[in-house]
Ligand binder design. Structure first.
Ligand code: DGY
Length: 427
């Protein structure tokens, strides 16, 4: 057991609890973030199940009428964060951003539900179920408008992997001439060499401006946004979440939903083959505006197992990549292929290891019968926390902590998964 680290992880989650919702970390991310909250709930569940459910319930207070669950819910103004609610210009209450984030909620709730006294939480699951349906339907409608069975995004922030090399090519098409002068806040909180470059930031804001100017109309955003890239991460995570939502529908006797969710799953199982890049032996992103493949292998390719699609020969090729990554980046899984020219071991999503991604990859490996590899990822994750603490991310070459400290989702992944005995805690 790791009593000190367990206690520190709980203390971090408690410090970052601002009353019914948990911020990722003080300073850098002072609001409620979507997938951060969901992963935090897994950690909170190890010591306070009621509070874990509340984390998801408060996130849904920000849900839009069209079903979208925003990536940030701005509960109180904090001038130390940019871009705040006025930049997003969404006329909603509570104020929120205008894009979503990887939908891990259904998968997290299933884990909570399975580790709960079910009768005590059944009503709460019943209340959340239609909201999650509405959100997933929004993804299938507005992020897959041509029914390709893959999920696209209109903003790198929506993928959660802000500065991944996958976006460079498509971002080049974004007009930045109309953006107003602005001051970044993130680089005042953490070492700028661990954050996205200035040109990327301009383009992130160019995309916000574009969507704000068409009033975040979801139909127009999907049809007109200059950036529309089918993302391996979103596609795999939603496919997995749809499987968990289907399971929930059956548990709850929501018969009407079963057919709809089953349709989404079959479409995605077909669609994901569009992302298979046989030259590289990996799933890679696709620029849906230009029709071009994006030839970068990132850690999201290993989410195929989590989505239940990385089997057979494809799975073997993915395992070969994983082994190759480890020879260059022993504390992996690195977020970008260490042999990629854009690899930068400490810069956010260009190399660093993220415990939540490690967790999802390892879960998938376990489920597909690759326990040894999954366990290796878990041991790497444990080692990173022991050496560096609860950082936002970690250098896969040296193991040093990167980005923000006292980070909620890293603390949560420790408690729910990486600590000895962690797996039992929510299972
Ligand atoms: C940021 O501000 O860097 C966030 O990643 C946006 O979600």
């Amino acid at each position: 057991m790791q009593p000190d680290l367990d206690a520190s992880a709980k203390a971090i989650l408690r410090q970052n609890d601002l009353g019914g919702y948990t911020i990722p970390t003080k300073g850098l991310y002072p609001y409620q973030w979507n997938w951060d909250s969901a992963f935090s709930a897994l950690g909170i569940a190890t010591y306070d199940m009621n509070r874990a459910w509340q984390e998801i319930e408060t996130l849904f207070e920000g849900q839009w009428i069209d079903g979208m669950v925003p990536h940030i819910v701005f509960r109180k103004n904090d001038p130390d964060y940019f871009p705040g609610p006025t930049v997003w210009g969404a006329s909603v209450s509570p104020p929120t951003s205008g894009i979503s984030q990887p939908p891990v909620v259904a998968t997290v709730l299933r884990a909570l539900w399975e580790g709960t006294d079910r009768s005590a939480y059944r009503q709460r699951l019943h209340r959340l179920f239609p909201k999650i349906m509405h959100w997933h339907r929004w993804f299938h409608t507005y992020r897959d408008p041509d029914d390709l069975g893959v999920i696209a995004t209109v903003h790198p922030w929506e993928t959660g992997r802000d500065n991944s090399a996958e976006w460079d090519q498509a971002l080049a098409a974004v007009d930045v001439s109309g953006i107003e002068a602005y001051e970044r806040r993130d680089t005042g909180h953490v070492d700028p060499s661990m954050r996205p470059h200035a040109i990327e930031y301009d383009r992130y804001l160019g995309l916000v401006k574009f969507c704000r100017d068409i009033n975040w109309d979801p139909e127009k955003v999907a049809r007109e946004c200059p950036f529309f890239v089918a993302d391996v991460g979103l596609t795999m995570i939603l496919l997995r979440a749809d499987r968990d939502l289907l399971w929930m529908a059956v548990e709850l006797g929501e018969h009407d939903a079963v057919a709809e969710i089953s349709g989404w799953i079959s479409a995605a199982e077909q669609g994901v083959t569009r992302l298979w890049n046989d030259d590289l032996g990996a799933y890679t992103a696709l620029d849906l505006r230009s029709g071009q493949r994006i030839d970068h292998i990132t850690s999201s390719t290993f989410l195929a197992w989590y989505a239940g699609v990385g089997n057979g020969e494809k799975g073997d090729r993915l395992l070969d990549h994983l082994e190759r990554f480890w020879t260059r980046a022993p504390y992996g899984v690195p977020s970008l292929d260490p042999d990629d020219a854009r690899f930068d071991s400490i810069r956010y999503w260009l190399g660093p290891v993220w415990l939540v991604v490690n967790y999802m990859i390892a879960c998938g490996l376990f489920e597909q019968g690759q326990q040894d590899v999954g366990e290796r990822i878990r041991m790497n994750s444990r080692e990173l926390v022991k050496r560096a603490g609860f950082y936002e991310s970690f250098c896969p070459v040296t193991g040093k902590g990167c980005g923000g400290g006292d980070f909620s989702w890293s603390a949560a992944m420790w408690l729910a998964w990486a600590t000895p005995g962690g797996l039992k805690a929510v299972a």
